[in-house]
Ligand binder design. Structure first.
Ligand SMILES: Cc1cn([C@H]2C[C@H](O)[C@@H](COP(=O)(O)OP(=O)(O)O[C@H]3O[C@H](CO)[C@@H](O)[C@H](O)[C@H]3O)O2)c(=O)[nH]c1=O
Length: 343
């Protein structure tokens, strides 16, 4: 086992949804964690400049994130990971043993509309991190996506299922995985690739389906299902996901491996909508057409992560999503008032 306590861990793009949750937990476990983030991508700078009526609402979640990081004593170095020299210099100053690369455009629909920016923020940043890590890091961890599989054959994938990415986002994630493998081949860089799916949880501003459903229900609007509601996703609560990433950091057996890290059970959009309806009985459901770049998904097997690194997810939708709804109910008024001190 690799000792987490005292380990120097750099989170590149670590002020995002996954990164800040991971940083807070690592810090609790005694790691010496530092975040490098430009705060530009789906973060403060985007929402500060936005005229969208929801912007103040999301800004208050983002400021709450930063307050939590500050209160935990986690350094945040504001650095654009596209800038090779500056990033390299700052990484060398910190000298991390583990590098977790999270910087990316994390929205399939945004990527499909803006490939240039996605390449820049996802692959350019990755190349810069890899190039620093290749001679100096003990372990490089990359967050890929379940989207690289494309349509799941029979609604089920293992890490061995051939990848048939659909659309720009998925193709760039697939390219990123290949870049990491090539850095391992050329420089023996120890790596772990992690494939998440349909993450949800507190302080997410990514506007994925679970977040949208709750926010619409909270503001007495109808929710929309794209398709007939039978599409299944492996919804994963951020607490399970963070547990899995930490197990990958801790376990030597994770090196040189690719893992699915999800709850491990595909659930339908209708299941998700039904949970929302139970908690918001006045909420109506509408149906819209499905996007042609949305693959047919389902369950990602997590057997490999269970066996090799002891991953043990604990949050089915009925537990994790209900906890998430509770957080919204507790904090809705404060969020609506732009308050950044949340429960
Ligand atoms: C926003 C919204 C979405 N949907 C449907 C469309 C999809 O079938 C499914 C999930 O949509 P989204 O939550 O937007 O996420 P999707 O485009 O599938 O991709 C996400 O999930 C990927 C893999 O989980 C991540 O790698 C990507 O970062 C992320 O963008 O829910 C609805 O039915 N109603 C909605 O209001």
């Amino acid at each position: 086992m690799i000792e987490i306590k005292g380990r120097r861990i750099a989170l590149i793009g670590g002020a995002g949804f996954i990164g800040h949750h991971l940083a807070l937990r690592l810090k609790e476990l005694g790691a010496d964690v530092t975040i490098f983030d430009s705060l530009q991508v789906n973060n403060l700078l985007k929402f500060a400049a936005s005229t969208d009526e929801n912007a103040p609402f999301y800004l208050s979640m983002l400021v709450n994130r930063l307050n939590l990081l500050k209160a935990a004593g986690i350094p945040l170095i504001v650095q654009d990971a596209r800038q090779y020299n500056e990033l390299s210099m700052k990484l060398s100053n910190f000298a991390p043993q583990t590098v977790v690369h999270l910087a990316a455009v994390a929205h399939a629909n945004v990527s499909n509309k803006d490939p240039y920016s996605t390449f820049d923020h996802s692959l350019r940043t990755l190349e810069n991190s890899l190039d620093w890590a290749r001679s100096q890091a003990e372990h490089f961890i990359y967050l890929s996506s379940s989207m690289i599989y494309g349509h799941f054959p029979g609604g089920y994938v293992t890490e061995e299922t051939p990848c048939e990415p659909l659309g720009i986002y998925a193709a760039l994630k697939f390219s990123a995985e290949k870049m990491i493998l090539s850095y391992n081949q050329a420089f023996d860089l120890p790596y772990t690739i992690i494939r998440p799916s349909a993450l949800y949880g507190e302080r997410c501003v990514s506007r994925r389906v679970g977040q949208i459903f709750i926010e619409k229900a909270m503001s007495q609007q109808d929710i929309s299902i794209h398709g007939d509601g039978s599409d299944r996703l492996d919804f994963t609560y951020i607490k399970d996901f963070v547990q899995g990433v930490i197990r990958a950091i801790q376990n030597e057996a994770a090196k040189g491996e690719t893992f699915n890290l999800t709850y491990g059970e595909g659930r339908s959009l209708m299941d998700l909508a039904n949970i929302v309806s139970q908690h918001f009985p006045a909420c109506n459901v509408q149906y819209l057409p499905k996007d042609k770049l949305t693959p047919d998904r389902g369950t990602l097997s997590v057997d490999k992560a269970r066996e090799l690194i002891g991953y043990a997810p604990e949050y089915p939708l009925e537990k994790g999503f209900v906890e998430y709804i509770g957080w919204y109910k507790e904090n809705w008024d404060k969020l609506s008032q732009g308050c950044s001190v949340l429960g």
